[in-house]
Design a binder for this molecule. Structure first.
Ligand code: G4P
Length: 537
């Protein structure tokens, strides 16, 4: 165990230096925009895996993504979140996986609570898609700087200026392109690097993108001759960008008001190395995180971190439970005995792992920005703080407003004990929110979800993991609002409304049929508290 006293100035410098080497980020995108492909391409460039070609098919992606559940594989979506560490140029990039499906935006929200930067990945033909918009809102709520990567430039798509315009008009983020494509989407010739005196790099596709794309630097005269009209169009557009002053601006980027934009194609590995450089050069390193008292906790303070994801049953051989912890301050050494802020109890960290997709490695040390997975973490909940030394607690991760509700009952009443344990576990992992009331009773909790697919996860896990199959009866509610003990009895008596207690934090929530009914209640009872939960849900 590392005691507070052992934190000499040498180890503090060590922590500051190590934190400065880290970039912790997530990719936000709509399904199919190319997140898995980009992840692999980034890892390829950083030589973390030998050949991107080996992992192209979704079925073969086991090394990178976290397709650990049968159901997940059957649906071809990634539900769980894991972290991928990429070592590159004396830096450590921690890429936190975000589930692509809209129903799991709550998980993504938690991941975004654990990163310092996000890469917004767009399909060049589709621009801003619904899930991207929703996730971008979350990034904005958390003031996370966003780097934009416009992908699939090797395929027919939209005009680059039109895409920039869409970003600016629809989400109010000022785009500042770092590179500019030569050749329209679908006829990709190369990239002009605005950050390096407009250096032009011509790209040569390699079969299947299996190896690093071949790149050739050409001077402008040679480029003009070789690319012809495509070159002239690109340089005219560049002049326009210079005129409107679309240059990178650090302050507005860090404040989440502007976004550096890169064009490229993840599949043939075009422009991916520039994204890596951008992450290293521009993405912020871990910095002080504000605790519940409002005080910033510097990265060199003793160890503290918070759980942003709980995951059970990753490995069928060991029915284990892992807590993914984002390290916020200090150095983590395996074997440390930490304190669990919620209970004040000690938490031994003998079994700690770094997770690379479905592979695990034991981790011995970790620094701010890193993600560690604590095994056998039954006592922990999403949002919990673990610390060394004097007490510190980070604010809870706000949860999305649920829009789907169902009453859960054990199909086999003889298995009620397992049922109760399973529901409590899913609650602590944040798979669904669990709401209870005296009226409904303990045996029939209401499960609240952001997307209905979460209920499929509940059914699957209750049956296979807890051996307590459940019946879920859909409830005709679509809106949840926070209320208080004064308003609750009045609201509970109204038709089309019901008040329940959220088990995780004892918050009183009122469920209402729909937005119209909510409006009517608010009009008729203006003094009753019906406060929106987190926006975006
Ligand atoms: P996701 O994780 O965001 O859902 O997207 P994924 O990487 O699975 O990519 C979705 C599809 O888009 C894949 O094709 C992938 O090969 C393709 N793709 C990704 N990036 C690029 C790119 O830069 N250029 C081109 N042309 N295609 C790209 P698929 O046929 O659906 O899947 P697969 O069988 O190739 O895996």
């Amino acid at each position: 165990m590392v005691s507070v006293a052992a934190h000499t100035s040498a180890s503090r410098n060590d922590v500051t230096g190590e934190a400065g080497r880290r970039r912790t980020f997530a990719v936000i995108s709509h399904p199919d925009a190319g997140k898995s492909t980009l992840t692999e391409a980034l890892a390829l460039h950083a030589a973390a895996i030998t050949s991107a070609g080996a992992v192209h098919g979704k079925g073969d992606r086991r090394g990178v993504t976290s397709d650990w559940m049968d159901m997940e594989q059957a649906r071809g979506i990634s539900i769980t979140s894991a972290a991928l560490r990429i070592d590159y140029d004396d830096r450590v990039l921690n890429l936190l996986d975000t589930p692509g499906h809209a129903d799991f935006s709550e998980d993504t929200y938690r991941v975004l609570a654990a990163v310092d930067c996000a890469v917004m990945l767009l399909d060049s033909a589709k621009g801003l898609e619904p899930q991207t918009l929703k996730l971008f809102d979350v990034a904005r709520n958390r003031n996370i700087p966003v780097i934009t990567f416009v992908n699939k430039w090797d395929r027919p798509g939209r005009e680059p200026l039109e895409l920039l315009d869409e970003i600016e008009q629809r989400i109010g983020l000022r785009p500042t392109p770092l590179n500019w494509p030569v050749g329209i989407a679908g006829d990709f010739r190369g990239l002009i690097d605005r950050t390096r005196d407009n250096t032009y790099t011509r790209l040569h596709r390699t079969p299947g993108g299996a190896t690093r794309a071949l790149e050739q630097t050409l001077d402008h005269a040679a480029a003009a001759e070789l690319e012809g009209p495509a070159w002239h169009q690109a340089t005219e557009e560049l002049d326009l960008l210079d005129e409107i002053g679309a240059d990178f601006d650090e302050a507005s980027f860090l404040a989440g008001r502007s976004s550096p934009v890169l064009f490229g194609a993840a599949l043939p590995n075009f422009g991916v190395s520039h994204l890596l450089r951008t992450l290293i050069d521009l993405a912020p390193a871990p910095s002080a995180r504000t605790d519940t008292t409002g005080a910033p906790r510097p990265v060199e303070a003793p160890f503290a971190g918070f759980v942003f994801k709980m995951q059970a049953n990753m490995d069928k051989q060991h029915r284990d439970r892992m807590a993914f912890v984002r390290v916020c301050s200090g150095r983590f050494d395996r074997g440390m005995v930490l304190t669990h802020a919620a209970t004040g109890r000690p938490f031994a960290t003998k079994y700690t792992q770094a997770v690379f997709g479905s592979e695990r490695h034991t981790v011995d040390t970790a620094y701010p920005g890193d993600v560690i997975a604590l095994v056998n973490a039954q006592a922990l909940r999403v949002g919990d703080t673990l610390y060394d030394g004097p007490k510190v607690e980070f604010p809870p991760i706000p949860s999305f407003a649920p829009e789907h509700f169902a009453v859960a009952r054990a199909l086999d009443s003889g298995r009620y004990k397992q049922f109760r344990r399973g529901i409590a576990q899913l609650d602590s992992e944040g798979v669904v929110q669990v709401l209870v009331s005296d009226v409904r009773g303990e045996q029939a909790p209401v499960l609240a979800a952001v997307g209905p697919l979460q209920f499929d996860v509940v059914r699957h896990r209750m049956e296979h993991e807890f051996r307590a199959p459940v019946e879920l009866a859909h409830l005709d509610y679509g809106v949840a609002r926070r209320t208080d003990p004064d308003s609750a009895p009045v609201l509970h008596g109204l038709s089309g409304a019901e008040v329940l207690t959220r088990r995780s934090d004892n918050a009183l929530l009122v469920l209402v049929h729909n937005k119209w009914r909510l409006k009517v209640i608010q009009r008729d009872h203006p003094t009753l508290l019906m406060e929106p939960l987190l926006a975006g849900g």
